[in-house]
Write a new protein. Structure first.
Length: 366
């Protein structure tokens, strides 16, 4: 029987891969002989792995950064946006999972076309991936007046992604024929396509990420490859105005389905905005729940099932042209590798802003 366990807030992994992660975390705290290490590495490279996926899907899109998920949002706002994000788990560990992104997107003058670019680096122990995307988006207005937001957008991103698996330190105890002892690396080209529709305070986004098949470093000794990284996303939300025009409430949903693993999860989000003289404050809460159950053995050797779940509170501030946001994600499953959460900071700057056109609150545009 194949038993799977949730470790991080991405995909489930099999126990053989779990052994390797445990080794990565504890290698500086205890001595593991070369034989055990060889066995672990041998098992891993004869096991299916879906670690590579391009830019991971976290909750950073909620920090005024929908462009990270949807190419069609490039240049949708009134301003050109620069965003930096940094995410890290296990703050006291040097090789803990971490992610950094930088993005910029904006309109081409007064035209309906826009450009954007994203660069990222994602590291998880000995495995890492880095890449860059270039985006073109086009926005079609259906309203007769610029006061009414009624816009359909399409976007296409093309990018290069480099995957690495560093085995150079695996042979510190001497030669082993089961370990290559060098850094495996592969660079692939892929594209994302997305659309957005925005009508006043309503929005809907969709995207297909990783349209092309990529082998990367997902292979094993039997020559099997796992090259389908295709992911489908759909998001929708609406902004409600409170009794006071200074307060607004935005419930939203994000639906994600990964074609290869058949993994499906949904984010249920709520954000509250407070308009101020200097800009905008916001706070929110996101709950992610997977539809797929993962099996594990409890202390009584009973097979149990759990679903990936984590909760993410977030706060943010826009002070004139500057943006700051913080999110903290806590995995609420009963079987986890660590009780610590995931910290993420977003820094942003808006410039080249056009005259505010739309008679709506719509903070993702204004």
């Amino acid at each position: 029987m194949s038993i799977k366990i949730y470790i991080f807030d991405r995909l489930y992994i099999k126990p053989t891969v779990l052994l390797f992660i445990v080794f990565c975390k504890l290698k500086n705290q205890m001595r593991i002989n070369q034989f055990i290490l060889s066995v672990i590495v041998l098992i891993i490279f004869n096991t299916k792995s879906f670690g590579q996926e391009g830019l991971p899907i976290y909750s950073d899109y909620l920090t005024d950064n929908y462009y990270l998920l949807f190419p069609s949002m490039a240049g949708a706002a009134n301003c050109t946006k620069i965003r930096f994000t940094g995410r890290k788990q296990w703050m006291d560990q040097d090789e803990s999972p971490n992610l950094q992104t930088v993005s910029i997107n904006g309109r081409l003058g007064d035209s309906r076309s826009a450009l954007g670019t994203i660069a990222f680096k994602d590291q998880n122990g000995y495995h890492s991936q880095s890449g860059a995307y270039l985006t073109y988006a086009h926005h079609i207005m259906f309203s007769r007046s610029e006061l009414d937001l009624d816009m359909l957008s399409f976007g296409l991103s093309a990018g290069l992604i480099q995957y690495k698996l560093d085995e150079s330190s695996f042979l510190s105890g001497g030669f082993d024929p089961l370990i290559s002892g060098f850094e495996q690396s592969a660079t692939d080209f892929n594209i994302d396509f997305g659309f957005s529709y925005q009508y006043l305070d309503f929005y809907a986004h969709g995207a297909i990420k990783n349209l092309l098949n990529n082998d990367g470093i997902n292979f094993n000794e039997q020559g099997l490859s796992y090259n389908n990284l295709r992911t489908y996303l759909f998001s929708t939300g609406y902004l409600f105005s409170g009794n006071s025009s200074d307060w607004n409430y935005e419930p939203s949903l994000l639906f994600v389905h990964k074609d290869a693993t058949k993994e499906t999860f949904i984010d249920a989000n709520i954000k509250v905005y407070r308009e101020t003289d200097f800009g905008r404050l916001w706070a929110g809460l996101s709950f992610r729940n997977s539809f797929d159950g993962a099996e594990y053995l409890n202390s009584q050797d009973q097979i149990k099932t759990q679903k990936l779940q984590y909760i993410t509170p977030l706060v943010g501030l826009q002070f004139n042209e500057f943006v700051f946001a913080y999110t903290y994600s806590y995995q609420s499953n009963s079987v986890v590798f660590d009780n610590g959460g995931y910290h993420q900071i977003t820094l942003g700057f808006n410039f080249g802003c056009r005259k505010k056109r739309y008679d709506c609150e719509c903070p993702w545009i204004k």
